[in-house]
Ligand binder design. Sequence first.
Ligand code: FES
Length: 172
Amino acid sequence: MKFIATDIEDCPAKLDLNVVSQLEKPGIAMASYFYRSHLTYERELDRLFFKSWLYAGHSSQIPSEGDFFLYEIGEDSIIISRDAQGDIHALMNICRHRGARVCAESSGHKKFYVCPYHGWAFNLDGTLRAARHMKRKAGFNPHDYGLKRMRLIQYEGLIFINCDPEAPDFLP
Ligand code: FES
């Protein structure tokens, strides 16, 4: 079986009841409910994964300028991209125009990222390179429309990212 069926009757009250019940049984394996609860999954994402330093990959996966791979977390996709200076960036794979994914391949090599929806183009460091018809729009500043960046740190070649700007630093 590829997927575990979601508990379609899941609700906050049911989650709370299961938490209380589980806490009353120390040493007993976690109830099957938690494996099928979409609320548990959402809370794990919100409270744990989106606030923690996560291992995304190794720098050897993207040795050259333009190399990239995608890191998926929940419903989101993050581009791990090496730029012309050799720096590595973690960029939200969400176009700043209308929110389409700018990169569909799971890994590869690009000179820049072009959104398939209306053709906005982004540099390897996420800055906006070109946006059709936007030059005519009053007040449009390309610097405000780069791909959003996640925090990223390299440690002995290991790449860690963090979605939370307020999270403690990777190394104290
Ligand atoms: S959504 Fe990307 S260019 Fe419009």
